[in-house]
Write a protein that binds this ligand. Structure first.
Ligand code: FRU
Length: 495
């Protein structure tokens, strides 16, 4: 498949040598996606077409801070190795290209296809001063060249905050559905269409859960229920800076009904740096949904100390749900393809730790699986990026039954006061058979932690010194038995 992608987009691949140089910067993640140069934020238009995963993203082609928003573009055959393509949809005539969606209009419902083939369609928010409206662009060459629809906007209701359309095909009612935010009102609207051009209002989802900041980037998709071969539920995800939340329930082609307790806030990620995540459109029916989120935080996004690029995407995550204590909980796992980057590291069993035990390995680019019987009266877990008194701590608080991520002892925090202030994140997590499992990915400046097989997830950036490359186990207030430790050094997906 890689050969197919290479052939399809051969002319546009930047030379391996040039790319390798760009990917040598100290904090550059090696197995997460990041743009070759310049700023990126939200993933946009995730779609799978003819064996190719497309990743579009909010991009400033001219600089390393937010601005001139346009859609960058990359493709992959496995969601791990990406090839950069030319800018897909540029800012033009004072209209910035904000977040949105992509679909393959296979049956040419839009009539914008060519030679009997359907087009790829992008529906995004056109942002001008004091107005946001929904626009369309189409491509008849696998997403390389895009034409803006002559009669844009498709949908304009004279709103200043009306953005981030997500469009999908709803088979049972035979229609396209668009989820879009009335951001300042904390409302999601659903529209429907037969041809992707004319849109009519279907329903509204009223303010619920977290309304502490404007609602952005909705996604509504069906998710398999763990342990059942056939059962599915609908999940609604959305972002309200700096966090995300989700609801679980049913969608009948008109209304979405939340079935989780209305006042409880559920987050796909309880860390500092996971935002604007959306799922892939049009994956094969046998494949579970896959989501990708932006690894950054609007409180300090423009200031992170990386150059000549800014911001990365999360590992693609496979999504399912399960019921725990009468609540629907999102379950997330890194896609299986991630394991192809594993190299030998370390396997250990039954290590009893009081205070701390450094492991005999140095790495800032690894995957780690650790399971332990938590210390009931204190905190235990893993420290990474250790060196000279610095470290990031990923732990379990046995007394309060919480998983946490603490980056307060990491180096290089003073580039932004808000970054420095937001250093500790926690969420509830119960041991299973008296055991806590942490699945940790560390990629130079990115930490992603999946607790208990993906029931609770946390993502955070850190900016360690070069010598902060140790890993240790720790246990405070008593001993902890770590029954299994696996570490894999990870190959670069960019070299
Ligand atoms: C979310 C967001 C979207 C908007 C885009 C602009 O991070 O604010 O609502 O479309 O970023 O870059």
């Amino acid at each position: 498949m890689k050969i197919y992608i290479t052939a399809l987009f051969a002319l546009f691949i930047i030379s391996t040598e040039a790319q390798e140089k760009l990917y040598e910067e100290q904090y550059r993640p090696q197995y997460h996606f990041s743009p070759a140069t310049n700023w990126c934020n939200d993933p946009n238009g995730l779609v799978y077409v003819n064996g190719v995963y497309h990743l579009f993203y909010q991009h400033n082609p001219f600089g390393n801070v937010w601005g001139h928003m346009s859609w960058g573009h990359a493709v992959s055959s496995d969601l791990i190795h990406w090839q950069h393509l030319p800018l897909a949809i540029p800012e033009e005539d004072g209209v910035m290209i904000f977040s949105g969606t992509c679909i393959f209009d296979k049956n040419n419902t839009s009539r914008l296809g060519k030679n009997g083939k359907g087009p790829m369609i992008a529906i995004y928010t056109g942002n001008i001063e004091n107005n946001q409206s929904q626009h369309l662009a189409y491509s008849n060459d696998n997403g390389l060249n895009w034409t803006k629809y002559a009669r844009n906007p498709l949908l304009d209701i004279n709103e200043k905050d009306f953005r981030d359309p997500k469009v999908f095909w709803h088979q049972p009612t035979n229609q396209w559905v668009m989820a879009v935010m009335l951001s300042a009102q904390h409302k999601m609207q659903l529209y429907h269409s037969k041809n992707l051009i004319h849109w009519d209002l279907l329903s509204e989802f009223d303010p619920a859960g977290d309304t502490s900041s404007v609602w952005e980037c909705p996604d509504l998709f069906q998710v398999p229920v763990e342990g059942s071969a056939t059962k599915k539920k609908w999940v609604l995800t959305m972002s309200m800076a700096p966090y995300m939340q989700y609801f679980v329930g049913e969608f009948d082609g008109k209304n979405f009904k939340n079935e989780n307790p209305a006042t409880t806030i559920y987050r796909p990620d309880y860390g500092a740096d996971y935002y604007a995540a959306i799922s892939y459109n049009q994956l094969p029916a046998t494949v579970s949904p896959v989501m990708i989120g932006w690894i950054n935080n609007w409180d300090y996004a423009n200031d992170i100390p990386t150059t000549p690029w800014k911001s990365a995407m999360s590992l693609p995550r496979t999504i399912s749900i399960k019921k725990v204590d009468d609540e629907w909980i999102l379950v997330q796992k890194p896609v299986k393809q991630t394991a192809q980057l594993r190299m030998p590291g370390m396997d250990k069993q039954n290590i009893t730790v009081t205070d701390k035990t450094p492991l005999n390995i140095k790495s800032t680019q690894f995957e780690m699986l650790v399971s332990f019987t938590p210390n009931a009266n204190g905190n235990s877990g893993v420290r990474l990026a250790t060196g000279g008194g610095n470290y990031a701590e990923i732990g379990y608080d046995g007394l309060n039954k919480k998983m946490y991520l603490d980056r307060s002892k990491c180096a290089n925090q003073n580039f932004n006061k808000k970054f420095e202030a937001s250093s500790f994140y926690e969420t509830k997590l119960s041991p299973v058979n008296n055991t806590i499992k942490l699945h940790i990915f560390f990629d130079n400046s990115i930490i992603e932690v999946f607790g208990n097989d993906g029931e609770a997830v946390m993502t955070a950036q850190i900016f360690p010194d070069k010598s902060d490359n140790g890993i240790e186990l720790f246990s405070n207030g008593g001993e902890t038995i770590f029954d299994k430790i696996n570490i894999w050094q990870m190959k670069s997906a960019w070299k």
